[in-house]
Design a protein around this ligand. Structure first.
Ligand SMILES: [Zn+2]
Length: 501
């Protein structure tokens, strides 16, 4: 990590700085404090965080509300679950990670395995991994991710595990096994995934009380380690698995603050408020990053996404003190992002105000060094890209193409929930250019993603270049204000892949 004035244990001590920098630091310090216990949806820590954001919105003068979301949480009962290849039992969490079922408490399957490449059907990119196999009644084994030669955002789109499971179900498969590509094993190793497999996934419940988008017909969903994957790939095998899951209900909410404009159209500025929670007793293995062994069990989520919420509040404050915008601006703090963009999906499908013409999302602004450039995830698909480039230019950021396409970030945060509903969306991230020539931005970022990301070490004892944070907030402010006041609402590029068909 770069040696800055804020490095080391005193990192939380904000120096004398501008009001915006101090405010961002202060919000992050509160949200990432141990008191909030990692802000997992359905916990007291999340409720306190939500009350904090709502109170901030109120003090700013926004029209505030909670949008309640009901969830089913599914926990795997490991002792009662099993996984065997040709009657030989494997060890859960060592060889295989079983995902709990959301539809039945006991789910059993026994079927032959067939290898299905990446498990992708993408006619416009001339790939159909199912063209030469018959998946009916079988368990499909697939590689994680999507081909690296796909355009970046389509690579992200097709790598989505829910889309892949849906595709498998449509081809008659009864189970899905995923093995990690070397790229994904580097990015998020099987061992790290194993440690986090105890954090229960959640799906929101639709009007009928059914977990939204739970996929019928798939009776096994699991990730296998490299050795198991190679073994299954090499020969003909039958897998028999039993998944026992325990369901519970959780309630959480999106926090909404509206700044009313003069016309009946709204621009959304969003950031997720939730994080991974407090998981006492989580197994610490020798492969665990050294940092997290020094830490407690609380996933504080300072960068992820205390940084985005801090910017959200300060942008709201600045915009509310200015002239009334033409379009309304809806500031939203989402729940359930870490559960798979659940709060944003609920919001995009049940907007409290319509029509929504754009979403600008902020998630995990890494200010690990003086940030020199920004990347506009999703920018090239709509007119939002040009508006963002203008805003970045005015604040003094260069614009760069995504230096980390393997992270498939376009689908990995809340902006994608809007794209799925046909609403143009954009998400500005740091690029890899450091204004300090002694710091290699790309190396520092990759190192952070590997060691700190989604670990208890993402707390306030890190380096934060709050000056970059304040400039990032300023860029998003200018972007949102420009969208709100533009003569025309944003448009998809003609014939764009993500434009509604
Ligand atoms: Zn996250």
């Amino acid at each position: 990590m770069g040696a800055g004035a804020l490095a080391g244990p005193a990192a939380g001590e904000a120096p004398a700085a501008t009001p915006a920098e101090r405010a961002i630091a202060a919000h992050m310090r509160f949200l990432a404090g141990d008191l909030l216990e990692g802000r997992e949806p359905g916990t007291r820590g999340y409720e306190i965080a939500a009350e904090y954001v709502r109170a901030q919105f109120e003090s700013i003068g926004l029209e505030t509300s909670y949008q309640p979301v009901e969830f089913r949480s599914a926990k795997l009962i490991e002792e009662q679950s099993s996984f065997a290849i040709d009657n030989q039992s494997l060890t859960i969490r060592k060889d295989v990670l079983l995902r709990p079922s959301f539809l039945s408490q006991t789910s059993e399957v026994s079927a032959p395995v067939v290898f299905a490449g990446f498990g992708i059907t993408a006619p416009e990119l001339h790939l159909d991994d199912y063209s030469s196999i018959d998946a009916r009644g079988k368990i499909v084994l697939m590689l994680s991710g999507a081909p690296p030669n796909f355009p970046t955002d389509q690579r992200a789109f097709y790598s989505g595990s829910r889309l892949k499971e849906k595709n498998a179900a449509q081809h008659g498969a009864v189970g899905v096994l995923t093995m990690l590509t070397p790229i994904d094993e580097q990015r998020a190793p099987f061992a790290k995934r194993a440690q986090q497999s105890g954090i229960p996934p959640m799906l929101y419940l639709d009007e009928n009380g059914r977990p939204a988008d739970a996929i019928d017909g798939i009776r096994l969903s699991a990730t296998v380690n490299q050795a198991t994957g190679e073994r299954l790939r090499a020969g003909e095998h039958t897998v028999a698995a039993r998944t026992v899951s325990e369901f519970s209900k959780a309630k959480s909410e999106n926090v909404i603050g509206i700044l009313h404009g003069n016309v009946d159209e709204s621009v959304v500025l969003s950031a997720h408020l939730d994080h991974l929670g407090n998981h006492v007793g989580r197994a610490l293995s020798p492969s665990e990053p050294a940092e997290s062994r020094l830490h407690d069990s609380i996933y504080n989520g300072a960068y992820d996404n205390g940084s985005g919420i801090a910017c959200l509040i300060e942008i709201a404050r600045a915009l509310a003190s200015g002239p009334r915008p033409k379009r309304s601006i809806v500031f939203v703090a989402f729940t359930g992002e870490e559960k798979g963009d659940q709060g944003s999906e609920y919001f995009a499908r049940h907007p409290p105000i319509r029509p929504l013409v754009a979403d600008v999302n902020m998630d995990m602004f890494l200010m690990l060094y003086p940030v020199g450039d920004l990347v506009a995830l999703g920018g090239e698909h709509s007119t939002l890209g040009e508006i963002a480039a203008q805003a970045a230019h005015e604040v003094g950021f260069a614009m760069s193409p995504d230096p980390y396409p393997e992270e498939v970030r376009f689908i990995r945060s809340d902006q994608f929930s809007f794209v799925e509903e046909g609403i143009p969306a954009i998400h500005l991230k740091p690029g890899s250019k450091s204004l300090d020539p002694k710091i290699d931005g790309a190396a520092v970022t990759r190192d952070w993603l590997r060691r700190i990301y989604h670990s208890p070490a993402d707390d306030m004892n890190q380096h934060f270049d709050f000056e970059s944070g304040a400039r990032y907030a300023e860029t998003n402010l200018q972007l949102v204000r420009a969208i709100a006041n533009a003569p025309e609402r944003p448009r998809w590029k003609p014939g764009d892949f993500f434009a509604p068909k």
